[in-house]
Every structure is written in structure tokens, then in C-alpha cells.
Write a protein that binds this ligand. Structure first.
Ligand SMILES: [Zn+2]
Length: 230
């Protein structure tokens, strides 16, 4: 894990534009990673202190991770690749659109075989002092190890003072409680904290977060046998 992350940070970070390249080798050919950038379209999610919606940051990190995973030949699906909500055309009000969007995300995730979900979000709090990424997981046995790896990797490589522990996703989070696959939701930081907002809006910091998600998935990708792949 540490070796892979160091390679990603050292080799790929200076490249101005990764694009899609032919995989140098294939990782986890029988599995699918679903990258879920939270919100989108009219539903921007949390809003930063300078007025930036979390939806755009979520999408940027997901696209960075998708590009990286393409380099490794991993099979990836994105729930959205643009600033859109994926609601049905019949949805009228914003609430109807949000409900329909979540239902469609659940259907997409549950239709994939051997899937892992990484849902990407940004946090906000009325108390501007709150900061730090926090990782949540679905099923305890299946999902907690990946959540633990991501939380520890964020502490080791990005935020040494972050002593949060991964937590079971609350029952109020619809998406996380209506899917059956391994699932982790990453709240990457607090947009309500001015210092953290600045970092989360920085494309380099976004790439570092994407690298952590990529390395965690590649090193903990095999849910069938539980062996290290790197
Ligand atoms: Zn969110």
C-alpha cells in the first residue's frame, strides 16, 4: 500500500494531463469499482464558505480516480461523469429528483456483480472549526477493512492530526442502506472550514485523495480471497 501510493504520488502527480492510456497490466478483472460522486445538477450538496458546491469537488476526485484506475486496467463505473442528477424524466420537484436520483444510483450499483462502491462526498458543519476527512462503511465484515485502510491512509499521507475512526454509515443514508455490495462513503473534509475548503478546492489535493482511494482499492480489492494483490 505505502509503496504503491509513493509510486503514484511520485510518478503521476507531476503529469499535467493523464488522459486514458493502455493499461500496463490488469488489476481485479472480475470485479467492478463503482465511483459515486455525490449529488450533481440542481442538487449541489453542501456549499463551501466561498460558495462552491460539493458536487463539483466530488466529481473531480472521482474522475481523477477513474483515470488512475484506468492506468491499472481496473474495471470502473461512474454513477455520473458530468454535473447532472440521474433522475427519471418524470421527476418534477427538487425532492422528487433527489429521490429518483438515489433510486437510480442504487439500481446501478445493485446491478453490478462483484462490486465495490466508493461514494465521494464533502462535509459541512455550522461550527467552522470542524475539519478532517471521515470514512463510513456499509456491512461491517465486508466493508470495514477498506474503510479502515482509507481512513489510515488519509492520516498517514495527508492529514497527520486526523484521529477519526471509520464508522458504520447511519441508517438515514439511503444509498448506503439499500445496496448489498462492499461499500464505503468518504467525507473528504469540511467545506465549512476555511483552511480545509482551500485544500479541497485544490486540484493537486484532489488528485492526492484520488490516489489514496485508488491505492486502497487496489490493495484491498479482492473481496473473494482477501489476499494482498500488490
Ligand atoms: Zn454529500
Amino acid at each position: 500500500m505505502a509503496l504503491l501510493l509513493a509510486a503514484l504520488l511520485g510518478v503521476l502527480l507531476p503529469l499535467p494531463n493523464w488522459g486514458r492510456t493502455a493499461p500496463v497490466f490488469t488489476r481485479l478483472p472480475e470485479q467492478t469499482l463503482i465511483l459515486d460522486p455525490g449529488h450533481g445538477g440542481e442538487d449541489g450538496g453542501a456549499v463551501s464558505v466561498s460558495g462552491q458546491p460539493e458536487s463539483g469537488i466530488n466529481l473531480a476526485i472521482a474522475k481523477d480516480a477513474d483515470a488512475l484506475l484506468g492506468f491499472f486496467g481496473a474495471r470502473v463505473l461512474l454513477t455520473r461523469s458530468e454535473d447532472v442528477s440521474i433522475h427519471d424524466s418524470g421527476a418534477g420537484t427538487l425532492r422528487e429528483k433527489k429521490v429518483s436520483d438515489l433510486h437510480n444510483r442504487v439500481s446501478l450499483i445493485n446491478a453490478a456483480e462483484n462490486a465495490t462502491l466508493l461514494s465521494i462526498h464533502q462535509n459541512a458543519s455550522p461550527d467552522v472549526r470542524w475539519h478532517g476527512a471521515h470514512v463510513f462503511y456499509g456491512d461491517e465484515v465486508l466493508s470495514r477493512p477498506l474503510a479502515q485502510t482509507i481512513q489510515e491512509s488519509i492520516r498517514d499521507h495527508l492529514d497527520p492530526d486526523n484521529d477519526r475512526e471509520p464508522q458504520r454509515a447511519a441508517s438515514s443514508i439511503y444509498l448506503m442502506n439499500h445496496i448489498s455490495c462492499r461499500a464505503v462513503l468518504v467525507e473528504c473534509g469540511f467545506l465549512s472550514n476555511p483552511g480545509e475548503e482551500k485544500r479541497l478546492l485544490d486540484p493537486v489535493y484532489q488528485k492526492k485523495l484520488a490516489m489514496i482511494l485508488t491505492a486502497a482499492y487496489l490493495t484491498q480489492g479482492d473481496t473473494q480471497e482477501g489476499e494482498s494483490l500488490i
